[in-house]
Design a binder for this molecule. Sequence first.
Ligand code: NAP
Length: 325
Amino acid sequence: MASPINVAVLGATSETGRSVVKGLINSTEPHYNITALTRPSSVNKPTLLDFQKQGVKIVAVDLDGPETKIVEALTGIDVVISAIHAGHLMDQIPLANACKAAGVGRFVPCCFSTVTPRGVLNLQDLKNSVLDHIKKVDIPYTVIDVGWWYQSTLPRLPSGRTDYIASPSEPCIVGDGNVSFALTDLGDIGLYTARIVGDPRTLNQSVFAYAEVKNQNEIYLTIEELSGEKATRKLLPAEVVTSTIADLVAQNPPQGTPDFFKLAVFQYWNTWGIRGDNQPENAKHLGYLLADELYPGLKGRPFTEYCKEVLEGKAHQVYKDVTFF
Ligand SMILES: NC(=O)c1ccc[n+]([C@@H]2O[C@H](COP(=O)([O-])OP(=O)(O)OC[C@H]3O[C@@H](n4cnc5c(N)ncnc54)[C@H](OP(=O)(O)O)[C@@H]3O)[C@@H](O)[C@H]2O)c1
């Protein structure tokens, strides 16, 4: 059996980070020694205390502080995975510099996004600028993208049974709803990540992992069949998406502001719901390796299983108490 891999996860308390840490904990081949890097103000978050009980080491790190302290936290770490808040992506620059100084063997920057070419999604372009920095300072890296979360797809139903998991940006059908896009259960991101970061073939590569490809009309029909109810259809015409993006781009909202996130949501709708970028064939065209080709036996949870869990009232509610815009 190979020796364990020392992995550190920044943003272990995020929606994505929690899935990543669970995936690493559950992985036996390879086996991971896990450190959660957290802001000093977050060390007592219940999620971290729970991870600690499962053997995860908790280390406070201030990315605005001295680099020597960050390097100290990363010494002996083989792999760093970042799942940082989307409004603070540039905090990964000091993290990357510290990875270089500490001799980290692989940096996985915070991507975990849809397949999107440059120039379509400002958030993605920021992520790409972090990746450019990683390449400039010459750290081995792996990009992991995962498609659109199942957790952001379901409409409201007249009974209100899906209201508790409704997206903070309010569910709607983008354009005609006939554009297919790749989907993944948030809970499976860790499953894929644990396999990808232990695989030498994925070093200095981008990997796209997804479970299913569907369009919005198919998604609405699925939940209608399973619930026996007619879903509420709020339509968002393509022209409204395009003009809202143009208005917001002209305003150039600062990172982390409500309009920054509003622009991100409309640009996401545009890329996967109108342009059709978020598809496995396009991922290959853009140079990604596909997880289902690298790991034929590794399957994410089917979308219908997620829908059933939602209808039973047992699904995880993402971004509880967060207002997007
Ligand atoms: N594919 C999709 O459908 C999809 C959907 C949503 C998000 N995403 C992507 O997933 C990635 C991670 O996002 P997420 O939504 O999972 O993260 P999140 O839940 O917003 O959590 C962010 C984490 O970042 C850490 N953090 C560090 N500095 C912070 C700061 N100044 N303010 C707030 N938090 C800070 C916090 O951890 P500590 O408190 O422990 O420091 C926090 O738990 C992003 O790249 C996002 O674009 C993808």
